[in-house]
Structure formats: structure tokens, C-alpha cells
Ligand binder design. Structure first.
Ligand code: A2P
Length: 271
């Protein structure tokens, strides 16, 4: 195998000590820019739903690693990731070509702030995302702990185009058949998707829709308040900044693993 060829066959380079080398078990492409894939899970790998890991490919002596939220829940036997395809992206230009049987490298230590431990108890949990920022929430909405802690879960994703909503829409639709959380999600998990650049039944950035009140009129949910509502945010740098300002305007306070409060942000994917 050529060192920088698309991944196939056995790894051409030695596997470093601090990484797991796992096999791809499934790849599904949604649009020309988005796909998901699943890999085997090492027996010793533990993580909390909502955390991220660094992943790479065994195609160089010093592989390029990028932060990826684990999109599957902590109980799952496999690990799922949801990825963008960047044409000249150092990792994704190769990652988008993976096939079942290929090897993916995963650093051993997961981390992140989009975890239940970082939020104080509340009635409703808002999961606010744009684009691939929905990935950690794909994990959290499949975790029973989410429904043990919250009466209602409202998952929001804003994307430019309708096709980009497919991953989460299919996942949520299929969740009622899930043996573990199927009964818990009924009537308690709401998915609110919007687009900004292609006509769809709901349009606009979530920040505009919440600040303007349209979101609350359309869903019948009360305005966000620190008494009952908790939130997690994951998206681009600009989205994080604007959504954080919005939640602070509603009276929520940013928390962390060591100082739980009423909302949290994942900063791992930007900057
Ligand atoms: P818009 O089309 O109005 O820019 P991107 O691909 O640039 O990360 O954007 C993904 C989605 O997030 C798009 O629908 C985009 O809307 C929206 N978005 C971008 N910036 C913000 C922001 N600051 N606050 C809320 N939504 C945003």
C-alpha cells in the first residue's frame, strides 16, 4: 500500500501505543458532503454519551487526528461517527473513502463538556446544533440517562439544505423501535429541524426563531427560563457565540464538568 493512498488492507505503519486500531463495519453516505460510519468498539474503551475522541487513519507515520464526537450512545457495542467531507481536508479527503474492513485509528482518551454531569437537574433539555454539530446529540438522545434526568428533550438542528437533515431525521424516526429507549422517547423527544438556504417547512436560524418567538409559537413550548430549562450547544464558532449570548439573555449560565450549571458548549471542533 502506498503511504498516502486511500485506506485499504492492513495498516502500512505501526500503530502507536495511545491509539486503538479498529475496523470499519458500516459506511452510509447521505449527501456529497455528509456520511456516517461505524467501527468496532475496543473492550476497554469507556466514554460518557456526548464526549468526543480524536480519530485518524493509518496512512502516515504521523497520522492527522481530528476531534469527532461519538454519535452512538455509551452502551452501544459499536462506535458511530457522523462526518463532513472536505475536498482537500487532511483527514476527511481520505476518510470519506473508507469501506467496511478498513482500519480507523482512535486515541484512547475521550473528553468533552456535552455531558450530563455538567448540567444541574431541570425539566427540559434543549440540544441546539448546526450541521455536524448534531453528532454528540445523536449519542445523548439514545442514552436512557437523558430520559431519566429530563421529562422533555428538544433536539434542534439548523442546516443550509434539506438533505443535511436526513441523518438525524432518520435516527429520530427509528428511535421508537429501539429496544432500550424506544418507550422512553415517545411523546418526550421532539425534533425541530430548520434550513436556511433551501425551501423547507421550517426555515431560519434557531437563534432568530427563538429570539423572535416563532419557535415557541410553533412548538407550543414555554419561553426558555433558568427555572426549568437546560441546554447544550454544538456548532460553528459563530453559532456557539450567538447561541451562548441568546441563552445568557434567557438567564441561563454556562457550566462545566467541574462546575455544573444550566447550559454547556462544546468548543472542541473550532479554533
Ligand atoms: P446561514 O445559512 O444563515 O449561514 P455552516 O455550514 O456555515 O456552519 O452553517 C450551518 C448552518 O448554521 C446554516 O444553516 C447557517 O445559516 C447556520 N448558522 C451559521 N452561523 C450561525 C449563527 N451564528 N447562529 C445560528 N446559526 C448559524
Amino acid at each position: 500500500t502506498e503511504p498516502d493512498a486511500a485506506p485499504s488492507g492492513p495498516p502500512a505503519f505501526p500503530i502507536p501505543d495511545n491509539v486503538f486500531a479498529e475496523k470499519v463495519v458500516l459506511v452510509e453516505h447521505f449527501t456529497d458532503r455528509l456520511f456516517r460510519f461505524r467501527i468496532t468498539r475496543p473492550a476497554s474503551f469507556r466514554f460518557r454519551s456526548g464526549e468526543f475522541v480524536l480519530i485518524g487513519l493509518p496512512n502516515a507515520e504521523r497520522p492527522v487526528f481530528r476531534a469527532y464526537s461519538v454519535a452512538s450512545p455509551a452502551w452501544d457495542e459499536e462506535i458511530e461517527f457522523y462526518s463532513i467531507k472536505v475536498p482537500d481536508g487532511p483527514l476527511t479527503e481520505h476518510l470519506q473513502k473508507i469501506k467496511p474492513g478498513d482500519t480507523v485509528l482512535m486515541r484512547k482518551k475521550p473528553t468533552g463538556t456535552l455531558v450530563h454531569d455538567a448540567l444541574v437537574p431541570g425539566k427540559r433539555l434543549y440540544l441546539l446544533s448546526t450541521g455536524t454539530g448534531v453528532a454528540p446529540f445523536a449519542s445523548l438522545i439514545r442514552d436512557p440517562e437523558t430520559y431519566e434526568k429530563f421529562e422533555e428533550v428538544i433536539l434542534v438542528q439548523t442546516c443550509r439544505e434539506v438533505g443535511e437533515l436526513t441523518y438525524i431525521t432518520h435516527l429520530v424516526t427509528d428511535l421508537v423501535n429501539d429496544p432500550l429507549v424506544g418507550e422512553m422517547v415517545e411523546g418526550r423527544l421532539k425534533l425541530f429541524t430548520t434550513t436556511t438556504r433551501e425551501p423547507f417547512e421550517r426555515m431560519g436560524r434557531i437563534t432568530d426563531l427563538m429570539i423572535g418567538g416563532t419557535f415557541f409559537e410553533q412548538t407550543g413550548l414555554p419561553h426558555i427560563s433558568p427555572a426549568k430549562d437546560r441546554a447544550m450547544i454544538c456548532g460553528s464558532m459563530a453559532m456557539l457565540k450567538d447561541t451562548k449570548a441568546m441563552l445568557e439573555g434567557f438567564g441561563l449560565i454556562e457550566g462545566a464538568n467541574n462546575a455544573p450549571a444550566t447550559f454547556v458548549i462544546e468548543r472542541a471542533f473550532v479554533g
